[in-house]
Structures are given as structure tokens and as C-alpha cells.
Design a protein around this ligand. Structure first.
Ligand code: COA
Length: 187
């Protein structure tokens, strides 16, 4: 299933496109936000965004079972791109995947993160048939943990990690969600 598109009550999750470069750059060129993400450089320029969009297209065209689904989060009906959510490091054999999410600073706190993450989880378990999602959050990122906890993620480990944006080494709390637990909560 390539170029998947997901509709929720307020959002469309769809593949990144050239037209998104400006909004992608604006959203991620923000250290307050990037300091919670592992692989976003700072400053984040249009050329970073262009490379990212190109890479997403390559991954999605590479196979019917791609290694990742990277979604732009679009607000309806304005079609404004307010963030990104991903399923990555997909191991089809093991039924597992990693992932991440960001919502632009001026759109946080309206439930969009939760709505997009929930849709991504449903897609992973119901459409792709995966059985376990692995995520995480840097120590101190209470907003991310609050969102993940409400969706049923559990903290399972701590590892050291490095933030590309500010170069600091930090603790990363690893979190997981099993399909069996999620199905129990949603039935
Ligand atoms: C983490 C993030 C994606 C959450 O998205 P969001 O749209 O702001 O979060 P939501 O509005 O959906 O909130 C989900 C829950 O988390 C909590 N929460 C999220 N942001 C909050 C905030 N600013 N203040 C207080 N609580 C917050 C709330 O408890 C909320 O629960 P509710 O649905 O019962 O109200 C967003 O804050 C973000 O992009 N942060 C920077 C990048 C990042 O940390 N990404 C995740 C890396 S692991």
C-alpha cells in the first residue's frame, strides 16, 4: 500500500509533496520544537525540507512494503500543513515499526497530535497488520508522554540518545504499544 492517505475528523494525513516545503521549513525551523526530536538539524532550511520530501518519495516508491510511511498532517478545510507523523523502521517480518510526530508550535494543544497519532496507530494495526509499535520521548518532554500515555503506550526502557538540533546528549524513554493491548482498549 503506497501513498496511503488517512482522513480523521479534522485532519488529512497524506504523503509529503513539493508544495509543502515552505510550511515544512517554517514548522521545523524552531528550536523549541526541534529540541524534542532526534534527527532534525537546526537551523532547518528549505534545502533540508527539499531533501526530506525527495527521500520520502523514494522510500514510498521503493516497494509495496516500504520501510516507512511519512505523512504530512493537513488541517481541513484550509489544507494548511501543521505537522508530520510517521511510521518508520518497519520490520514486516517481525510486525514492528517505530515512529514520530511533530505539530507546529502555534497549533499545539488542540488535540491534533493525539488525533494524528491515533490515526497512525489504527493504520499500522488494522491496515498494515503490524503487532507492535515502538516510540519514545526525550527526558522532560511531558507533552509527548502525556499524549502517548493517553493512547496506551507504556514506558519500557531508558537509553542515551543525542538531539541533532542542539547536540545535547539526553535520556530517551522508550515506549511501546502492543496491538493486543490497543485492541482491548478500543473494543
Ligand atoms: C507532542 C506533540 C506532538 C503533542 O501534540 P499536540 O497537538 O500539542 O497534543 P494534543 O493537543 O493532541 O494533546 C494530547 C494530550 O497531551 C497533553 N498535552 C499535549 N500538549 C500539551 C500542552 N501544551 N500542555 C498541556 N498538556 C498537553 C494533553 O494532556 C492532551 O491530553 P487531552 O487530549 O486529554 O487534552 C506536540 O506537543 C509537539 O509537536 N511537540 C514538539 C515535538 C515533539 O515533542 N514530538 C514528539 C517527540 S517524542
Amino acid at each position: 500500500m503506497r501513498d496511503a492517505k488517512i482522513e480523521t475528523s479534522r485532519l488529512t494525513l497524506r504523503p509529503w509533496a513539493e508544495e509543502d516545503i515552505e510550511q515544512l521549513t517554517q514548522g521545523l525551523n524552531d528550536l523549541k520544537l526541534a529540541k524534542w526530536l532526534a534527527f532534525v538539524p537546526h537551523p532547518y532550511t528549505a534545502s533540508h525540507a527539499e531533501n526530506w520530501v525527495r527521500r520520502c518519495r523514494e522510500i514510498s516508491n521503493s516497494s509495496d512494503r516500504p520501510a516507512a510511511y511519512e505523512f504530512a498532517i493537513e488541517l481541513r478545510p484550509s489544507r494548511l500543513v501543521i505537522g508530520g507523523v510517521s511510521l518508520n523502521k518497519i520490520d514486516w517480518q517481525a510486525g514492528t515499526a517505530g515512529g514520530g510526530i511533530w505539530i507546529a508550535d502555534n497549533h499545539q494543544g488542540h488535540g491534533y497530535g493525539r488525533e494524528a497519532f491515533e490515526a497512525k496507530i489504527r493504520f499500522a494495526f488494522r491496515e498494515l497488520g503490524l503487532t507492535k509499535l515502538v516510540n519514545g520521548f526525550f527526558d522532560g518532554n511531558e507533552n509527548s508522554w502525556a499524549m502517548q500515555r493517553k493512547l496506551g503506550y507504556r514506558r519500557v526502557a531508558e537509553v542515551t540518545s543525542r538531539c541533532m538540533a542542539d547536540g545535547r546528549q539526553t535520556i530517551e524513554h522508550v515506549t511501546t504499544l502492543l496491538r493486543s493491548d490497543w485492541e482491548r482498549r478500543n473494543n
